[in-house]
Design a protein around this ligand. Structure first.
Ligand SMILES: [Fe+2]
Length: 428
């Protein structure tokens, strides 16, 4: 196996044990090109060390599967329940989030051993076909796999941010195929979409998170949606036009962030001797103006949309358009690890899935009738429904099996280290 190729996990695996083993292994593979020192970096409170992600996802299975359903499992180290508990008060105390980079022990090798022990115990539990709670175990492992996929994406965005702090600009991996720069991208066009009393929320019988339920009716005004994402070249026009210097484009809180943090450019942009550059997982590269702009905060996405004379879509509008399309695009399985130029046919809406998470103008709130999962896992989503904005569609760092039209991602409007971009919308 090449160290940086991610093995896809089938959406409906015949064997959940096979899916479990494949996905768990792929998390370790993501770290194959990193040194132990790389794996312990934490450049800001929001970014966890890669080693912590590997341990925390293991703790999730240890606590919520083995701890609840295995009668003979003995925890590897009782203190790991504190070190690697992220935010579950129902489980117990947590080591401070901002200090995860201080955990030089357990070592990376010990965390890998921890993973192996827990993996073997989970597979053994799954082999007990007579277990009276077999269905609940499968449901909980499925939740754990989607949790693992979320953390794979966070691991990559966190590694990128952490490595970026180093003036040597180390690459996460050596680029396999750079491809041509500045491809031709068709001019952005807008597709008219009908409104009405429309249903959104998860509608099938497979997996979804609790925050995608219940399916319910939303009133959606007729709207138009851009047929592709905003490119870096288009965003560069905003920068050159003084976009970061003009408060007229910005929300008050956004302008506060601009001034307080001295934002002048997107997070990973810079210039040397007049050449625009972008830091990527492949290291420092010439800015490719044909790629979708990524790693923007909600505030930057909103300011660009205002400058361009548009707005961001609501999450219901985005979902209405995405319901019509299968989940396909530049996702993690494609192994590009960065957004790619739009190539959809005229008259179609492209890049809905993959490339960049798309900021919406919708606050992250419960749907009417929302019920969190029972027990400690009920803390997974519901308690974060304050002050965050919804993003849709997945990114080039998202596992394909993990993405749906109803999937609601959420981050604070100032957050810019995720692979987040812009799709424009407007009223009709
Ligand atoms: Fe987590």
């Amino acid at each position: 196996m090449k160290p940086n190729v991610i093995e896809p996990v089938a959406q409906q695996p015949e064997s959940i044990a096979d899916a479990f083993s494949a996905l768990r292994e792929s998390s370790v593979v993501l770290c194959a090109n990193l040194t132990p020192e790389d794996c312990n970096l934490q450049a800001m409170p929001e970014t966890s060390p890669a080693k912590w992600h590997l341990a925390h996802t293991t703790w999730f299975f240890e606590s919520f599967v083995l701890g609840e359903y295995s009668s003979n499992y003995v925890p590897v180290n009782p203190l790991y329940a504190v070190l690697f508990n992220s935010y579950y008060n129902g489980i117990g105390e947590q080591f401070p989030r901002a200090e995860r980079g201080l955990l030089s022990r357990p070592t990376l090798a010990e965390v890998i051993d921890y993973r192996t022990i827990v993996n073997e115990a989970v597979v053994e539990l799954l082999s007990d076909t007579a277990h009276p709670q077999r269905e609940l175990i499968h449901e909980r492992i499925e939740l754990g796999l989607h949790h693992e996929a979320q953390h794979q994406e966070l691991l990559l965005t966190d590694v990128k941010y952490n490595l970026f702090q180093n003036p040597l600009f180390p690459a996460y991996r050596q680029q396999v195929d750079a491809g041509p720069l500045n491809n031709t991208v068709a001019p952005m066009r807008f597709i008219n979409c009908e409104g009405g009393q429309l249903e959104t929320g998860y509608a099938d019988n497979a997996f979804c998170f609790d925050n995608e339920l219940p399916r319910h009716i939303e009133y959606v005004a007729p709207f138009k949606l851009a047929d592709r994402l905003v490119t870096s070249g288009e965003y560069l026009e905003f920068v050159i036009d003084g976009g970061y210097d003009n408060p007229d484009h910005w929300l008050a809180d956004g302008w506060h962030e601009v001034k307080q943090n001295n934002w002048k450019l997107p997070l990973y942009w810079g210039s040397i001797d007049g050449q625009w550059l972008e830091y990527t997982l492949n290291g420092l590269q010439p800015l490719d103006e044909s790629l979708p702009i990524s790693h923007l905060s909600y505030f930057e996405a909103q300011a660009y949309a205002a400058w361009a004379g548009y707005r961001l879509p609501t999450e219901a509008q985005w979902e209405i358009a995405a319901q019509l399309q299968p989940v396909a695009g530049n996702l993690l399985d494609a192994d590009s690890l960065q957004p790619q130029p739009a190539s959809n046919a005229a008259g179609t809406i492209g890049q809905l899935y993959g490339d960049c998470w798309e900021w919406t103008q919708s606050a992250y709130l419960p749907y009417p009738g929302y019920q969190p999962l029972p027990g400690a896992v009920g803390e997974y989503n519901g308690k974060f429904m304050s002050g965050q904005m919804v993003l849709r569609g997945g990114s080039c760092l998202s596992q394909a099996f993990h993405i749906r039209s109803s999937y609601r991602n959420f981050f604070y409007p100032r957050d810019r280290w995720q692979c987040s971009g812009i799709r424009l919308a407007a009223d009709i």
